[in-house]
Design a protein around this ligand. Structure first.
Ligand code: OAD
Ligand code: ZN
Length: 246
């Protein structure tokens, strides 16, 4: 079966690089983007240009972020996260490439520097001018005082979650490291992503073109199923649960 084949491929590989999407975090209680009921069925994304240009867009972005805080605050690593952490501890996985912004790979035991965040992180904020980090508690306090999104205490530019919005430049160092990891693994596991958002979705393909095997684990078809050596169209927690160990 697909599961046995996955077990063999994991056993045979010496360098495994996972590439994760929102589907690995649904078991943690965080909705994905493109499933029915997903985030993009409820809200249109706010493009980066709008955030930069308009106070009302910034206010709306922060209103949504604070509305999600109970969800992000309560989220704990899923079986998928924990299985990858076990393979990381075993030395099979050097680092994880993720489109997720929820900090759950770090929470599962990956060192900060071994989580390559392609779309940033929503558990803290940054000034879009000087890049200074700001904590969400501070943003929340400003919000409650003024009912507006705050500006940076250093340079007066808007403060935004440390995520990458549509139209915002990709993080250069993360892109560079992701490319190196994709080119130097022998197995890439694409887990819980529709694989439709570029350039991130290019990394499974890059790994495949560089000679790695590609496995896709997702409960719906993805854009790259044709390219994969193995497609497991099933629940991530059920498939990866057996790899969690103790
Ligand atoms: P999507 O919502 O596009 O895809 C998540 C996939 O995971 C869907 O195909 C689901 O069917 C699947 N899925 C959900 N739960 C699952 C489970 N328990 N087991 C198996 N499969 C499951 O999310 P991403 O591909 O991560 O970027 O989205 C990519 C990017 O689009 C995000 O990083 C975000 C978004 O816009 C930005 O905002 C820049
Ligand atoms: Zn600043």
């Amino acid at each position: 079966s697909g599961v046995e084949q996955l077990g063999d491929m994991i056993a045979e590989a010496s360098v495994i690089v996972p590439f994760t999407g929102a589907g690995i975090s649904t078991e943690s209680g965080i909705p994905d983007f493109r499933s029915p009921g997903g985030l993009w069925s409820r809200n249109q994304p706010i493009p980066y240009d709008a955030f930069v240009a308009r106070q009302d867009a910034r206010d709306e972005a922060w209103r949504r972020r604070f509305a999600m805080q109970p969800t992000f605050g309560a989220a704990r690593p899923s079986r998928g996260h924990r299985a990858l952490a076990a393979l990381y501890r075993a030395g099979k996985i050097p680092a994880v490439l993720t489109q997720n912004i929820d900090n759950l790979h770090q929470a599962s035991g990956f060192a900060e520097q071994d989580v390559i965040e392609l779309h940033g992180n929503t558990t803290y904020a940054r000034c879009i001018g000087c890049g200074r980090r700001h904590e969400l508690e501070w943003v929340k306090a400003c919000w409650e005082r003024t009912h507006h999104a705050p500006v940076c205490t250093v340079c007066d530019e808007p403060v935004k979650t440390a995520t990458i919005s549509f139209g915002q430049p990709m993080p250069e160092e993360a892109m560079q490291r992701a490319a190196e990891l994709a080119q130097n693994c022998d197995l890439l596991l694409a887990i819980g992503s529709s694989l439709v958002v570029w350039p991130a979705a290019g990394f499974p393909l890059l790994a495949k073109q560089s000679g790695a095997k590609l496995v896709i684990i997702n409960n719906e078809p993805t854009d790259q199923d044709q390219t994969a050596d193995l497609v497991i169209r099933y629940d991530i927690g059920e498939i990866l649960g057996p790899f969690v160990g103790n």
